[in-house]
Design a protein around this ligand. Structure first.
Ligand SMILES: [Cu+2]
Length: 372
């Protein structure tokens, strides 16, 4: 049995490492009309005025293993585009047709730092796709002729053969990836073109939410947070591949929704005493998260199909959710009083490199109500 399995496994490994071409004749890749993905997020709905943050501390411990010294921030770099963390509504109906278009473009990932990213629909992360258990999702991947390389899709929410719809699409071509939402959860999607680590490190990832049977209960506020790393390769250049692939990675920036410290500059606004739900995904490519919101306790954690729910018999709660790369969770908490609650990767070196934001309850002014 082992011998029979060894050859296909080796062939797959070679394919993953060496890259794959468009698989001619694959029945799942057919021409069909496309519809634009509803509701890609492009701007903040509730941006607070505030000081421009200083860039995260530079990695200074230069070594032969992955760390490097960041150049000084470019004062002429365009400001970053705020990624709206508000969770989108679930797509209406049960059979969805979406389009993801590859766009290789410059993206400001921290104040003063620009990466030539590879994106889905021009944004990092790609659009959040939210559906219900049992839905069918038909994704049209377009790789324009202006692209410099093949790209592809891998939906972790799907059950498909790797050598089927995940195959790479060359520039100037398109393809279809059809999947069924057989399991609820917070899932990763990403470009899987070899080396996949490079395509993820350059921005080609996003979140899928599959709501459970019966849907999720309505809460006051919902957000999506995707944590990932950037390995800066120079202004206007892709990530530094040599530093992406070392076994002790030292990213220059660790970010929520693509940009260092953006929700420190523009807090997420919530209501005191009401439930906040955050869909969290760790996209890596290399480093997990210990996602924590300072001053709150998660009364709900649904991580990879395992649930801690409010009202449990023992009165259990949770302080942080640990996610390895390509794991997702739903967390919920209730801000007890007006004030600011800091959202971090509690592996604190990564918080100092950009994985930090603020959840602001009420007007954000602490009034001492919890201390009576
Ligand atoms: Cu790609």
């Amino acid at each position: 049995m082992l011998r029979r399995l060894a050859r296909p496994a080796a062939a797959m490994a070679v394919g993953l490492l060496a890259g794959a071409c468009v698989a001619a004749g694959q029945p799942v890749w057919t021409e069909a009309p496309a519809a634009a993905l509803p509701g890609p997020v492009t701007s903040a709905s509730a941006a607070l005025p505030g000081p421009v943050t200083s860039p995260p501390a530079a990695a200074t411990a230069a070594s032969a293993t992955g760390a490097a010294v960041l150049p000084t921030p470019d004062p002429n770099a365009p400001p970053y585009q705020l990624y709206d963390a508000t969770a989108p509504a679930a797509l209406p109906g049960t059979d969805h047709t979406l389009t993801l278009t590859v766009e290789e473009k410059d993206v400001t990932i921290a104040t003063g730092y620009v990466v030539h990213a590879w994106t889905f629909n021009g944004q990092v992360p790609g659009p959040v796709i939210r559906v219900h258990y049992g839905d069918t999702v038909r994704v049209h991947l377009i790789n324009p002729a202006t692209s410099t390389m093949p790209h592809s899709l891998d939906f972790h929410a799907s059950q498909v053969a790797w050598n089927g719809p995940m195959q790479s699409v060359n520039p100037g071509h398109d393809g279809w990836y059809i999947w069924h939402a057989d399991y609820a959860g917070v899932w990763m999607y990403h470009c899987g073109t070899a080396p996949a680590i490079d395509h993820i490190a350059n921005g080609m990832y996003g979140m899928v939410i599959v709501e459970p049977r019966g849907g999720l209960p309505k809460v006051d506020k919902e957000f999506t947070i995707v944590q990932s790393e950037w390995y800066f390769g120079g202004q206007g250049k892709p990530s530094d591949f040599n530093r992406v692939v070392v076994t002790n990675p030292a990213p220059d920036f660790v970010v929520f929704n693509g940009v260092a410290n953006q929700y420190k500059d523009h807090p997420l606004l919530v209501d005191t005493g009401k439930t906040v739900r955050i869909f969290v995904l760790d996209a890596g490519p290399n480093i997990g998260t210990s996602f924590h919101v300072v001053g709150t306790i998660f009364n709900t954690v649904i991580k990879e199909g395992v649930a801690l729910l409010p009202g449990n018999a023992g009165g259990w709660g949770s302080q942080s959710v640990d996610l390895a790369p390509a794991q997702g969770a739903i967390v919920q908490f209730v801000p007890a009083e007006d004030g600011q609650y800091v959202m971090v990767d509690h592996a604190f070196t990564y918080a100092t490199h950009g994985a930090l934001g603020i959840v602001q309850a009420g007007d954000g002014v602490y009034k001492g109500s919890s201390q009576k």
